[in-house]
Design a protein around this ligand. Sequence first.
Ligand code: AMP
Length: 273
Amino acid sequence: MKILRTPKELQEYRKSLSGSVGFVPTMGALHKGHLSLIEKSVARNDHTIVSIFVNPTQFLPGEDFEKYPRRYEADKKICKLAGVEALFMPEVSAIYEKDEVLLKAPHQKGYILEGHFRPGHFDGVLQVVNKLLHLTKPDRAYFGKKDAQQLYLIQKMVRELFMDVQIVPCDIVRDEDGLALSSRNVYLSPQERQRALLIPKSLKRAAKLIQSGITDTSMIKEEMLQILRPLKVEYVEIVNKDFDAISKIEIGDSIILVAAYVGQTRLIDNIWI
Ligand code: AMP
């Protein structure tokens, strides 16, 4: 497996490839959620490139950029075993210049939900994903449904900027206890981890209500908020696949989203109905 450190190295490597290329962008501290994306790419493409880059522009001041887990050696092993051909691990200074040309997330859909509570977050996400897609020129790029709004905005960017890449959405991978895997789960104490399980529990409850025929979203949100009461909830929202809030569930076109703090740790989760 090649370790590439600079955009130039990556561009030269990319030029040397023939056949299809799959790309999996990550911030590292890889877990089975990331691995599921990597495995999909390896199975479907002739070559797979993974990036590990803790992107400073998507963190707000006061967020966990400094303490975000960095596990470069373990990550390298995971990628190598999974059949990744090239791992792009640049320094921040290799990716950003001063006073850059900026990409802006859309006014509306980029500033609701995650974008409301983390204003500017998606500007940074789109900025870096745009750069990474230009460098890797993949046929397919793999993103998790775990970050549902991110996935939506990346699909929107790719469409609107006429980028020639297929975005492949991947299902959420959970731990045995139901908690969605996240690099941030390492911040949780054992007690906090127990409390964090209220998040998947609330989503399961919502799915059950829907199975029993309830479609009124305010009723569903109310029940979820009851379950989530011990946590500091930022939002519980139900949207369609265009991220418009909806009053009635439409099977096949609804996403139920939660963001909540467990102690100091901010977690997000969702289910697609
Ligand atoms: P991150 O390293 O958190 O930026 O995540 C990199 C990619 O992995 C993103 O597309 C995420 O949506 C995806 N991802 C993170 N956690 C999970 C999970 N539990 N299941 C599936 N995909 C995930």
